[in-house]
Design a protein around this ligand. Structure first.
Ligand SMILES: C[S@@+](CC[C@H](N)C(=O)[O-])C[C@H]1O[C@@H](n2cnc3c(N)ncnc32)[C@H](O)[C@@H]1O
Length: 351
């Protein structure tokens, strides 16, 4: 990158807590983004931490995730040209539940499971007021911060276990992680300034989608580079089991069953990248559908399925590939971040 755009680099993406987030690798990934790539698609954007880095580089960003709570972050921090939440908005969001018969999903499903009654009621009343904010970017920002607050309240930051309240009443755990015992409203209020400060306009028409990547690819044009960060099929690939509560909160499902101890919604959305039996065919389809995008960058980890040789064989009919390794030694890199494991980027250019 010869003449990098630097004026947006002072904005700070609020630190995510999301399995497989590449937040800590964003500087390393940025090195491989060519200056002349003007429009970039983040096809599996998750927490949006890499889409945000693209926005900071001054790119036009198209971002996408098949889960809507991630798309909502994309609306709030990538597509949003500058709307933040002011005191009047907060007063609206913190006002009493304006329709308790309609807005009681979180207390009816998750009270006594992930939250104490007061927090579940607050989540519902807040949700009942979101649509009273007239601007869609403000709505998205409100939901984004609330989702982040909810993950801070539960042990391990996900919802695939049923120990949240047990841990929240264990003094030793609370000593290590005070958020577990703090009211949801306090966590929201604390996060708000960070999120408001992260909103900026890079003067590009950025857009966030909520589609399966295989449906989206044929529809996007004018993309110079696509970044693929698919789930690691071997571990933690089922994002809907880990984050079902956030999707339920954003969607406020009326037409799902809620199953198992964690009350995950059912049926799930179809990914195609979370089961070993399907993933190879879907990678093949994804590469086929990306022919019209000149440069592809794929994040990969050497503990993933399928193995690197299989992936390379799938890409080679379409692109020449350079492999870049980043070895990390501390176990802090999100999914698969085991000491000595490699974070890999496959840089794929036209033949
Ligand atoms: C490894 S994570 C991406 C992490 C992201 N780069 C970040 O920094 O936070 C993979 C993402 O792919 C999404 N996903 C899974 N299947 C998908 C599909 N078929 N289409 C689009 N997104 C999908 C998951 O919801 C998850 O957020």
């Amino acid at each position: 990158m010869l003449f990098p755009e630097t004026k947006y680099l002072d904005f700070k993406f609020p630190q995510p807590q999301y399995l497989g987030a590449k937040y800590i690798h964003r500087g390393w990934i940025a090195q491989f983004i060519p200056e002349n790539a003007n429009t970039i698609l983040d096809a599996f954007s998750g927490s949006q931490s890499i889409a945000y880095m693209f926005k900071q580089l001054g790119k036009r960003v198209i971002t996408n995730d098949f889960l809507n709570f991630n798309n909502v972050i994309g609306k709030a921090l990538i597509e949003n040209p500058g709307y933040t939440l002011d005191n009047e908005d907060i007063e609206t969001l913190y006002s009493p539940n304006n329709s308790p018969e309609e807005f009681n999903l979180i207390s009816s499903l998750f009270s006594g499971l992930f939250f104490i009654d007061e927090d579940a009621d607050f989540a519902d009343s807040f949700r009942s007021n979101v649509h009273r904010l007239k601007n869609p970017y403000k709505q998205a920002l409100a939901l984004t911060i609330m989702c982040r607050s909810m993950t801070r309240k539960v042990t391990m930051g996900h919802f695939a276990h049923t120990q949240a309240l047990v841990y929240a009443s264990d003094p030793n755990r609370v000593k290590r992680n005070r958020s577990l015992a703090r009211p949801l409203k306090d966590l929201f209020s604390e996060l708000l300034p960070q999120y408001n400060a992260a909103v900026f306009n890079n003067n590009k028409e950025n857009i966030s989608f909520n589609e399966n990547v295989l449906d989206l690819l044929p529809k996007v044009d004018g993309v110079d580079l696509v970044y693929f960060d698919p789930p690691y099929c071997n571990s933690h690939a089922d994002y809907q089991s880990f984050y079902h509560l956030l999707e339920t909160y954003v969607e406020y499902w009326k037409d799902k069953d809620f199953i198992n101890g964690t009350k995950r919604y059912n049926p799930k959305r179809y990914s195609g990248f979370d089961k070993n039996s399907e993933v190879i065919l879907n990678f093949q389809d994804m590469f086929e559908k990306s022919r019209h995008i000149p440069t592809w960058i794929l994040s990969y980890n050497d503990r993933s399925y399928p193995d690197i040789d299989t992936i390379l064989n799938l890409i080679k009919p379409f692109r020449d590939v350079n492999i870049e390794y980043k070895t990390y030694y501390a176990g802090r890199g999100g999914k698969g971040s085991v000491a000595g494991s490699n974070e890999i980027l496959l840089i794929c250019n036209p033949k």
